[in-house]
Design a protein around this ligand. Structure first.
Ligand SMILES: Cc1cc2nc3c(=O)[nH]c(=O)nc-3n(C[C@H](O)[C@H](O)[C@H](O)COP(=O)(O)O)c2cc1C
Length: 339
């Protein structure tokens, strides 16, 4: 057991009690899910990526994506875009509408439609553009935190493909532009979500940033790690092996917000006791209720099918329940299945 592995983190002037975060995950990390993750110990949360273009076009659906959860004292809205001017306007809109504590710039999305616009992982391979965008967002957010601005962070990949590993250049551009933290998901754009993330690169980024800090007195830019955290032990191993300041659960938290509780216990007490399945399902209902309130019963019930399938893991007769979940269309349907 190493209690020091769990510790507070500062992003600019935002103080967080611990270093277990929920990653941005499109289609999952809505306010309902983020709220149950926080109830289970997540120390910081990100919205899914929000299109800067859509914000500027005043798309209402996009605004729903960035709403603060009821228990989110501090959270980050993640935006994506390839044009500094649009990212500037989007930053103003995000801050005005949400008052979020941190703005994160997506530099990792591998989807072709997004890369085509110069956004997402196209930014990890184009450090000049990344610099211009990060600089524009920092300026729009009121300057660096020491100048009174809202902290701006980036989330990068390791590179475009195995022959084009650009994380060093991308990180340097972000540091030069004045970001307050860097997250790395050390897979290339070409890897998508396949294969293993390369924690050696994560360690390399921690070293690069510490080296940069030694030349920049007074600056501290924490490094956050994402990639292959599927159980509490993985978070412990990532913290130990890479020296990352915080780690983010992504797929490992889907339908399993309890991973935060278990990982916190593992890091602070040396062991954990998984919740019984019946307790887990109760959390599923809390999430469903909040998602209905945020969106609509129809949307929430469709969305919760995959999540309830995960919540029901380990329940006796789970397979039969899951066969019914795929048809659940109302809150009553879920109650009939589980209660
Ligand atoms: C379905 C899905 C959606 C994702 N959406 C986002 C996103 O909106 N923004 C982002 O920065 N990363 C996104 N990611 C990447 C995750 O945040 C994370 O970095 C990645 O899944 C690696 O972590 P894991 O191997 O523990 O899942 C997404 C990943 C998945 C699987």
């Amino acid at each position: 057991m190493d209690a020091k592995l769990y510790h507070p983190v500062k992003i600019g002037n935002v103080e967080l009690k611990g270093n277990l975060f929920l990653a941005p995950v499109a289609g999952y990390s809505d306010a309902a899910f983020r709220s149950v993750c926080i109830e289970n110990g997540a120390c910081f949360t990100y919205t899914e990526m929000v299109s800067a273009e859509a914000l500027v076009r005043k798309n209402l659906k996009t605004e729903i994506l960035m709403r603060r959860a009821y228990n989110e004292k501090a959270y980050s809205v993640q935006i994506f875009g390839g044009e500094p001017d649009i990212m500037t306007d989007a930053t103003h809109i995000v801050l005005e509408k949400t008052g979020c504590e941190v703005i994160d710039i997506n530099c990792g999305c591998p989807v072709p439609k997004i890369i085509k616009t110069g956004a997402g992982s196209a930014l990890t391979r184009d450090p000049d553009r990344l610099y211009k965008i990060a600089e524009a967002v920092v300026k729009a957010a009121g300057g660096r935190p020491e100048e009174g601005g809202v902290p701006v962070t980036v989330k990068i990949r390791s590179g475009w493909e195995s022959k084009q590993m650009t994380w060093r250049e991308a990180a340097q551009a972000a540091l030069d532009a004045g970001v307050s933290a860097i997250t790395i998901h050390p897979r290339t754009r070409a890897q998508g979500y396949e294969g293993h993330s390369d924690w050696g690169i994560m360690k390399g980024l921690v070293e690069l940033v510490r080296e940069w800090e030694s030349r920049e007195p007074g600056r501290h830019v924490p490094v956050f790690g994402s990639g292959d955290l599927f159980k509490p032990e993985d978070a412990k191993a990532m913290l130990e092996e890479t020296g990352a300041d915080a780690v983010m659960f992504a797929r490992g938290a889907m339908g399993n917000p309890f991973i935060f509780r278990d990982a916190t216990d593992l890091l602070t007490k040396g062991s954990y006791e998984p919740l019984p399945p019946e307790e887990r399902v109760k959390t599923g209902f809390a999430e469903l209720e909040r998602l209905v309130a945020e969106t609509s019963e129809q949307h929430a019930c469709l969305e919760m099918r995959k999540r309830f399938a995960a919540y029901s893991k380990g329940i006796s007769g789970g397979a039969a329940l899951r066969a019914r979940i795929v048809h659940a269309a109302t809150v009553q349907d879920y109650k009939d299945i589980f209660l």
